[in-house]
Design a protein around this ligand. Structure first.
Ligand SMILES: Cc1cc2nc3c(=O)[nH]c(=O)nc-3n(C[C@H](O)[C@H](O)[C@H](O)COP(=O)(O)OP(=O)(O)OC[C@H]3O[C@@H](n4cnc5c(N)ncnc54)[C@H](O)[C@@H]3O)c2cc1C
Length: 377
């Protein structure tokens, strides 16, 4: 049987939900979403376990906003609780503030550093000057020196990515802030908020319009030929798959999560402990610190990086980037057929949730314009 729709959306993640919400509520268009998994919200998905604890199935999502407009848009679908995300690194069995800040430097080197100038002067004796750092190792050696690199970054990066930091683009290490103040928060953004009733509820509220329907547990490529699309197709999956791997496979890093429920109010001091040098897992997360749920149970998740599994992190290196550029050309070319690509998978980019939502809102404006022209002609 044929499926007829105004708009076809592949993927019920944040991008798919935002596009469906805008097009159905603003332009009254029928949107059909096809989703591989059995739920909405993509990798932001959260759910209650058997003991009633809200947990993040695909890794902790610390929502923050670069742009107040994105926060305002999402506020239509949720109330908020403050997001005070604090992470510590466990080095030689001691807990240190992470990202590196004045407290980390003081405690690790056993010195007193009053301010930024003192820290920079102190680090001058430690850093290894490299004129144009070319990879993730060189970025950190140049900014913080060998001891911090070896204890906090090197092994964590090897575990996380499965390759030497020397082979990783400098932007990867460059993502983690380095601070010369005592700001303890994991992220730099000041707008840090978590959806009060979770991400899944937020995206459910977003997709309430009766013009939106979702087909779950279905791979788009298996039913592709059964769908008639009147106006637009929006694809949020991986680009190589869309073009039948014409230029080969893009590499992704994945994670295996191990969750354990404990009959305790809280176990850790803060939401995330990084383990750069011990264990096979990279981090232990106790999400209750940010969901702020009031229950007698808590969940700890351990993350084991792997090359097999869902595509979570694009592996940014020369080989993958040059392959992606070729796919990008093909994607741009599809615009003339009213097929659009958006999101973390399609753009092969380490986008945070607020960033993909912002991109989806920009795409919506483009679709709206195109639609107005289509119905005029
Ligand atoms: C481990 C991890 C931790 C993260 N932590 C944070 C964080 O702390 N803060 C933050 O802001 N962001 C975080 N993110 C990023 C956030 O998850 C993404 O920015 C966001 O989910 C991207 O939304 P999206 O719609 O582009 O893609 P996704 O969320 O990946 O959704 C895409 C959906 O499309 C579906 N799909 C793909 N191909 C097909 C197909 N062929 N047929 C049918 N369905 C298909 C998938 O099943 C998926 O549900 C994290 C991501 C990961 C992986």
């Amino acid at each position: 049987m044929k499926i007829n729709t105004d708009v076809l959306i592949i993927g019920a993640g944040p991008v798919g939900c935002v596009i469906a919400e805008r097009l159905s509520n603003e332009l009254n268009l029928k949107c059909k979403i096809i989703e591989n998994r059995d739920h909405i919200a993509g990798n932001c998905y959260d759910a209650y376990n058997k003991k009633g604890v809200l947990y993040h199935k695909y890794g902790p999502h610390y929502l923050r906003f670069k742009n107040k407009k994105t926060y305002d848009y999402l506020s239509k679908f949720t109330k908020w609780i403050e997001g005070d995300y604090i992470v510590k690194s466990v080095v030689n069995k001691k807990l240190y503030s992470f990202p590196i800040n004045l407290d980390t430097l003081e405690n690790f080197f056993n010195v007193k550093l009053k301010n930024k100038n003192e820290a920079i002067n102190f680090l001058k004796k430690k850093i290894i000057k490299i004129k144009n750092p070319k990879n993730s190792e060189e970025v950190i050696l140049n900014k913080l020196g060998r001891q911090i690199y070896d204890n906090f970054y090197k092994n964590y990066t090897i575990k996380q990515w499965g390759i030497s930091p020397k082979k990783l683009d400098k932007s990867v290490a460059g993502r983690v802030p380095i601070r010369f103040n005592r700001n303890p928060f994991y992220v730099n953004e000041k707008l840090r908020f978590m959806p009060k009733h979770g991400f899944t509820q937020l995206f459910k509220n977003m997709t309430k319009n009766k013009n939106i329907s979702i087909i779950f547990n279905t791979d788009y490529f298996k039913i592709k030929n059964k769908i008639n699309v009147k106006y637009f197709t929006i694809y949020t999956g991986t680009p190589d798959r869309f073009f039948n791997f014409k230029y080969g496979k893009l590499d992704w890093r994945s994670l295996r999560f191990v969750f354990k429920t404990h009959k305790k109010k809280l176990i850790q001091e803060c939401v995330q402990y990084n383990y750069p040098n011990d264990h096979k897992f990279t981090r232990k997360v106790e999400i209750k610190h940010v969901t702020k749920q009031k229950t007698n149970y808590t969940v700890i998740s351990k993350e084991f990086p792997t090359n097999n599994g869902d595509p979570y992190y694009p592996i940014i290196n020369k080989k993958n980037l040059s392959k992606f550029k070729k796919y990008e050309k093909l994607m741009n070319n599809e615009m003339k057929n009213n097929i659009f690509f958006e999101g973390r998978l399609a753009r092969y980019k380490y986008f945070n949730t607020d960033e993909v939502i912002e991109s989806a809102l920009v795409l919506y404006k483009k679709l709206k314009k195109t639609y107005k022209n289509l119905v005029k002609s």
